[in-house]
Write a protein that binds this ligand. Structure first.
Ligand code: HEC
Length: 430
């Protein structure tokens, strides 16, 4: 009886590449598994996937892939990359049945990618490092701040922005800020500062550029372009600098890296300007982290920081950040009416899988809401992610080395307007 039913099902709904598997893989895996991106091999074509079917079955069943860290206490995010139980079973069935390709006519229509971008069109402006950075293959991680000066014919409304590089695999993550610099010399300073090896005072030469920060963003594996709903965005200034902080992974052989950003402009005036803020280490509330931010060797410690919201705001995304010994990250708001707004909760932090978490719709944070960020760190020898053996005293001195620690939440927001709760942040591809 059982046999007939399953045979019947196999015939009626045979799982094929064209009909079922390709769309799943392209949405959930390809953003990292493609040429030049973060993952070690591409998962794009039938051949790429079919030859690794058994491995893919395994990493999806044990939920190692796709990496997605928020737990059940998080709200739903619009860029969630997670397979359902049915989808995982479908992959297994396909792998067990010798990976049928299916008919051409079953192919699902998928967006075609434009070379060099994940956006729907070519960028209007690409700003890159003027010289390649030479990464020594000495298995050392490096933090480099690269200065990219720019002067444009005019300022421009931005509808999208994307990080670009000749090789994602050498980069662990990137932060960047765009600063308007109307009147200082933007050329006559070092092209870059090596935060890992140079004197820590060398960075001071960039500080005068940071008076008018216009935009703050970043890239981590799997991150695509950033774009905004109608009328929302920001204005690229005519003149200024991009300060691109690149965290290069430890490498066994020398590599050359050229990175930068790509901008997509719009003629339609941007009426509402997004703003990025950073809470916790390196940002607002840094001095109020409680208790004092240091983690003795062998200790497990939890720190909190609370920041009050000065006006009604609408959030677009939250981006939590800790380093290697981070274990639990939580962020939430408590409104003056004592309602809790869940922002993000990760009970099994992994430095490797960081993410910008976009809300499905603009999320209102009323004035007076206290935002709490809470981080737990395990600096014991039992933590396999501990970079030091034996464990060392860890403190945060603002150098951003990943053997130091951070407790940071970056948020992108707008001043609130009536009706924002209905503004969708969904886009076709992340
Ligand atoms: C956010 C980026 C990202 C996404 C999304 C992603 N991967 Fe990966 N994947 C990686 C990286 C980076 C590695 C290599 C590092 C590692 O294994 O920890 C990897 C490794 C793998 C491996 C090898 C694992 C091993 O033990 O060596 C397999 C198989 C794999 N991915 C399959 C998938 C499949 C299937 C999907 C989609 C269902 C997927 N990945 C989605 C980034 C990603």
């Amino acid at each position: 009886m059982f046999l007939t039913t399953s045979l019947h099902r196999a015939e009626a709904q045979r799982v094929t590449w064209n009909q079922h598997i390709a769309p799943l893989i392209h949405t959930n895996c390809t953003p990292c598994h493609r040429e030049g991106d973060a993952a070690p091999f591409p998962l794009v074509t039938y051949e790429d996937v079919a030859k690794r079917a058994a491995f893919i079955k395994k990493v999806t069943q044990n939920r190692y892939m796709p990496p997605w860290k928020p737990d059940v206490h998080s709200p739903k995010f619009v860029n969630e990359r997670k397979l359902t139980d049915e989808e995982i079973a479908m992959i297994a069935e396909w792998a067990d049945n010798n990976m049928p390709k299916g008919k051409e006519s079953e192919k699902k229509e998928e967006a075609t990618l434009i070379e060099g971008t994940a956006y729907e069109r070519k960028p209007d402006l690409v700003l890159k490092m003027n010289k390649a950075f030479h990464i020594k293959g000495d298995n050392m991680e490096r933090f480099i701040v690269y200065k990219i000066p720019f002067e444009l014919p005019d300022s421009a409304f931005v509808e999208g922005i994307e990080f670009t590089t000749n090789n994602h695999r050498v980069i662990h993550h990137v932060n960047y800020e765009i600063d308007a610099v109307p009147d200082l010399d933007i050329y006559n300073t070092d092209d870059y500062i090596n935060l890992t090896e140079d004197s820590r005072f060398k960075y001071d030469q960039y500080i005068p550029f940071r008076k008018h920060m216009i935009y703050y963003g970043g890239w981590i594996p799997g991150t695509s372009y950033e774009s905004y709903p109608e009328n929302i965005g920001w204005v690229m200034p005519k003149r200024g600098v991009i300060l691109l902080t690149l965290h290069y992974a430890p490498l066994g052989k020398d590599e050359e890296n050229i990175s930068g950003i790509q901008l997509f402009f719009t003629k339609k005036p941007v009426q509402r300007h997004v703003r990025a803020i950073s809470l916790g280490s390196g940002g607002i509330g840094e001095k109020e982290i409680d208790p004092y931010f240091y983690i003795p060797a062998g200790a497990v410690k939890t720190f909190k920081v609370k920041v009050s919201t000065p006006e009604d705001q609408s959030l677009l995304f939250v981006w939590p950040h800790m380093h290697y010994v981070g274990k639990i990250f939580k962020a939430y708001g408590v409104t003056p009416e004592k309602d809790t707004i869940r922002l993000v909760s990760i009970s099994n932090w992994d430095f490797k899988w960081q993410e910008v978490y976009w809300f499905p719709k603009l999320l209102k944070i009323p004035k007076g809401t206290i935002i709490t960020i809470e981080g737990t760190y395990d600096n014991t020898a039992d933590n396999p992610a501990n970079p030091s053996s034996p464990p060392q005293l860890i403190y945060s001195n603002g150098d951003m080395k990943s053997t130091d620690e951070m407790l940071t939440l970056v948020m992108l927001y707008l001043p609130y307007q009536k009706g924002d709760e209905t503004v969708s942040l969904k886009k076709e591809r992340f």
